[in-house]
Write a protein that binds this ligand. Sequence first.
Ligand code: ADP
Length: 326
Amino acid sequence: MGKLKKIGVLTSGGDAPGMNAAVRAVVRTAIYYDIEIVGVFQGFDGLISAKFIDLDSRSVSNIINRGGTILKTARSEKFKTKEGRKIAHKNLLDQGIEALVVIGGDGSFTGARIFEQEFNFPCIGIPGTIDNDIYGTDFTIGFDTAVNTVIEAVDKIRDTASSHDRFFFIEVMGRDSGYIALHSGIACGAEKIMIPELEGEFESLVETLKEGTKRKKTSNIVIVAEGDQEGGAYEIAKKTRIEFPEFDVKVTVLGHTQRGGSPTCSDRVMATRMGVKAVECLMLNRSNVMVGIVNNHIVTCSLLDAIKQHPSLNPELLNVALIAST
Ligand code: ADP
């Protein structure tokens, strides 16, 4: 391929704070290197319905601080079909777009990888998901903001929990991954953290609570990842009420608050670094990879590895959580 003339950018799958910062960086980098840049609305759906918009430097003014994504995001069933992807490919060629930056999670990377293989169309991924569950990067865009949202809420709940001697189960996002629960639980001094990766946690919770009672603890905060193996915060609360009828047990589900809000400094800087790197990779004919950050260095990893491999929870963090809560 000669000099890259025109690229596209889209956000796909679940939104995450900091996606806008990544879009902005992609746009500004393209312009810096004299490459035309086109935004695609609503993820892969926008490729199929040809929702394109020419972007310039001003199009991305004042968005670095905004949560959500100005390009909107979507889950596209049509893109999962060969027919849908054929239309997407034709629309991209009609626009003169030569490569695509896909900001999203592993589902979006699966779509991007299939698309690149089918049509030999260069795609590069930027990890945007609050779950931090993507292999090949220490952090994903949105995770830091989400955990900060959680700790702000939990700190408030702790005030009322201790005033009323109450026991709170706080459910956070993480269907398959305990990253948000583990990090926010450590940061909030939770008495117990329950995550999908660990089995037999209810028995361990009962032990923790008994120990706490011996030490005359009157309030407790337990952080529960939504996908934990005991069935979520409401289910665990039900079982706890049976085991400890003397406790005043409450449940708070933080839900979608974790997906919104102004991105933290860390998410903005990381998203910007990833956006710059993604365009620079495409200029060097490097595609079919995801940009990541490892030990504070910007790196790339194949889309296949990013999709197929799973990051394992850091055992040191699990140990820290255990020791600090005793
Ligand atoms: P995330 O990117 O946050 O993991 P999803 O799993 O919903 O979110 O994936 C986002 C989109 O990626 C899907 O709606 C679909 O358009 C596309 N995608 C996911 N899996 C495939 C696949 N096997 N083939 C083609 N496209 C896919």
